[in-house]
Write a protein that binds this ligand. Structure first.
Ligand code: PGA
Length: 253
């Protein structure tokens, strides 16, 4: 059975100033120079992308944005187009729960963004995950199924797609899912993708996100359907992030 890549992505969210981001990225780059075999991605705020792109050029650390608009250009004040992002980035996080909850992004909007991103050659990191009330109501799998299937509806193949399962109740709370619960959901997601896309779903990198840190990452990576992590707060300290990536790699054995 093909084994998907190990992928560790850091979402800096609305943290780290453009004036700080270059040095910060370089510390991560230097600390991870010896760690091959992991696809490492950092996702700074839009304004910091040019500086970080410059510092990471030609390196093994990839750059991702945190969002894009679905239109290619036009009168969309305050927005950034996929082709603008593509000039600097390989990846883009789409459908993060903070975008869904705070900025009203629907599954339909996420689907349009995914299609637009792929059209310009960006690799989407699609975020899906249930809220606490959805989980308590027993709807977690229904929600996740709807999110992933709607978002990837127009996608011809899973090539270059990354899916991150991030239960909303685990994000920024310091209370991660248990590795076993996460595995159960990831197995379900991979099964859905296999129904829709066939055997290529076996190569789909599935990331877990939600309070991942250097201490707990190994437990997730040891699960058969978890191929990496999407990290928030533990990515805001260069040393902690470097340790996290090293521990993930060691656990991938
Ligand atoms: P966290 O954030 O690691 O701070 O929980 C994860 C995320 O939002 O992707």
């Amino acid at each position: 059975m093909p084994v998907p890549d190990l992928v560790i992505a850091a979402n800096w969210k609305m943290n780290i100033l453009p004036s700080e981001a270059g040095d910060f990225a370089e510390r991560i780059l230097n600390g991870l120079q010896v760690v091959h075999g992991v696809t490492k991605i950092v996702c700074p705020a839009s304004l910091a992308l040019p500086t970080v792109a410059e510092r990471l050029k030609g390196s093994e650390v990839y750059l991702g944005a945190q969002n894009v608009h679905h239109e290619s250009k036009g009168a969309y004040t305050g927005e950034v187009s996929p082709s603008m992002v593509r000039e600097m980035c390989e990846y883009v996080i789409l459908g993060h729960s903070e975008r869904r909850q705070q900025f009203g992004e629907t599954d339909e909007m996420v689907a349009k963004k995914i299609t637009a991103a792929i059209r310009v050659g960006l690799k989407p990191i699609l975020c899906i995950g249930e809220t606490l009330s959805e989980r308590e109501a027993g709807d977690a799998t229904v929600v996740v199924q709807r999110q992933v299937r709607t978002a990837l509806r127009e996608v011809p193949s899973l090539n270059d797609v990354v899916v991150a399962y991030e239960p909303v109740w685990a994000i920024g709370t310091g209370v991660p899912s248990s590795p076993a619960d996460a595995q159960q959901m990831m197995e379900f997601i991979r099964g859905l993708m296999q129904e829709d896309f066939g055997r290529s779903a076996l190569d789909l990198p599935l990331l877990y996100g939600g309070s991942v840190d250097a201490n707990n990452v190994a437990g997730f990576i040891a699960q058969p359907d978890i191929n990496g992590a999407l990290v928030g707060s533990a990515g805001l300290d260069a040393e902690r992030f470097i340790d996290l990536v090293k521990n993930a790699y060691a656990a991938s054995g």
